[in-house]
Design a protein around this ligand. Structure first.
Ligand code: SAM
Length: 411
């Protein structure tokens, strides 16, 4: 009965809680869909990977696909402990420490029969809707915001917002400008004839990191209570199929976290890769420079539609999980520092999901609500964002990337 209740909660929220454990399963499509009233995020477009036919078939088939991968990445999988350099040894220690937590989380998932059944069909949910018309629009795939944003003409580019109910239109500068949909309905937008969907009560600021200071609010009580950051970290691995340009670490030191923080304080959630050099940089330089106190680490465990991990847990450099570091930033006022000390975040929470496009992270806001300082609804900010959500400000050089109409179906 409890599993049935969880499934029905999951259907509405996109979040499945495994009783009293530290584990949750997320369907990002259901979570994102809570931001829209006229459109659905298309599950078949979101789940572009890990639903291959082999993942539906027998255990043997899954084994076979793992073998091919092993051959391709053989040089990593064969690394033994004494071949590791000193940094890799520390990374391995971190991995060994969290390994039982992850194994346990994965076993918890594999015991949830009803959920596993649903997972196989996540990609087909809502497939009866009308698909976004931009698929046939060739210009859409050529619209590259990162490159457009480099042109001097960018100051003249505009976005047209169309309110469906009232036929109202507004035309606003596309770059270096806060564009918001304050209404309680989705808005259709147009740029060079290409269509985008903006969720209710959402807002974006599209700029290069050089202009990030323009996000700093004039008043301290207009700052943010939750700041999620997924930086374009440099990655030495040539195997990584990166779809965006990376930035050297020193650029991130200049992000004005303190000035973006609400006067009652903010929870800061930072995505990091498993590279030890990066973890050291964050712990010893970045968090201290930002004034963020590390409070807990959460893990995103990535599975296929059949519930198996997307890769071997112990494969060096290709772990099937990523880390979300959580910390608090307090505003200038001392009182906020004191209040933040009262907030406790349990360590080692694990959230499991089937990954979408490359580097696309699941929406984690819901999982963090209990640890966000200040009154509700919290003011939320995502840095280096590629999508929009209700109640959030999305900043980056391509925050409209996943808002193209081809990612949606209409209700
Ligand atoms: N969290 C995102 C998601 O789930 O889709 C992925 C973010 S990705 C790791 C990093 C983002 O930073 C990319 O969209 C990239 O284009 C952007 N970026 C890279 N260089 C930038 C710069 N100089 N200024 C602003 N954004 C930049």
């Amino acid at each position: 009965a409890e599993a049935g209740r969880q499934i029905s909660l999951f259907n509405n929220s996109g979040i499945y809680r495994f009783g009293d454990t530290n584990v949750v399963f997320i369907d990002p499509v259901r979570v994102l869909n809570r931001s829209y009233s006229r459109f659905y995020v298309s599950p078949s477009v979101y789940y572009s990977r890990f639903f291959q036919s082999s993942s539906y078939s027998t255990v043997n088939d899954v084994g076979a696909s793992n073998c091919t991968r092993k051959r391709k990445r053989g040089k990593f999988s064969k690394k033994t402990l004494h071949e590791l350099n000193s940094r890799e040894i520390i990374a391995d220690q971190r991995h060994q420490e969290v390994r039982p937590v992850l194994v346990n989380a994965h076993e918890t998932l594999l015991e949830a029969g009803l959920l596993l059944e649903m997972m196989r069909n996540l990609r087909n949910d809502g497939s009866s809707g009308v698909k976004g018309d931009a698929d046939s629009n060739r210009a859409d795939s050529e619209l590259d915001f990162v490159n457009l944003g480099r042109l001097w003409q960018k100051q003249f580019y505009e976005i047209i917002l169309k309110c469906v109910e009232s036929c109202d239109k507004s035309i606003l500068p596309l770059f270096d400008n806060i564009v918001s949909n304050e209404g309680s309905d989705d808005v259709e937008a147009e740029i060079f004839g290409c269509k985008f969907i903006l969720p209710k009560k959402s807002c974006f600021f599209m700029s290069d990191i050089g202009q990030i200071r323009n996000l700093v609010p004039a008043e301290a009580d207009c700052g943010f209570n939750l700041i999620v950051i997924d930086p374009p970290w440099e990655n030495s691995s040539a195997h990584q199929k990166l779809k965006y340009k990376t930035l050297p670490n020193r650029y991130f030191l200049s992000i004005p976290i303190k000035k973006l923080t609400h006067k009652v304080g903010a929870l800061v959630a930072l995505w990091v890769t498993n590279r030890e050099k990066l973890r050291t940089f964050v712990e010893n330089e970045l968090f201290p420079k930002w004034g963020v106190k590390h409070a807990a680490t959460f893990y995103w465990l990535k599975v296929k539609a059949d519930g198996s991990l997307i890769g071997e847990l112990d494969l060096f450099h290709h772990r099937p999980y990523e880390c979300l570091l959580l910390g608090f930033s307090h505003a200038e006022d001392k009182n906020s520092e004191h209040l933040l000390r009262l907030l406790h975040i349990p360590n080692n929470q694990v959230f499991i999901s089937i990954p979408g496009d490359y580097s696309r992270k699941p929406p984690v806001g819901e999982l963090l609500v209990d640890y966000i300082p200040g009154s509700k609804p919290a003011r939320c900010l995502e840095l280096f964002s590629r999508e929009m959500l209700s109640g959030w400000t999305s900043w980056g050089n391509e925050p409209l990337h996943f808002q193209r109409s081809k990612f949606f179906v209409s209700r």
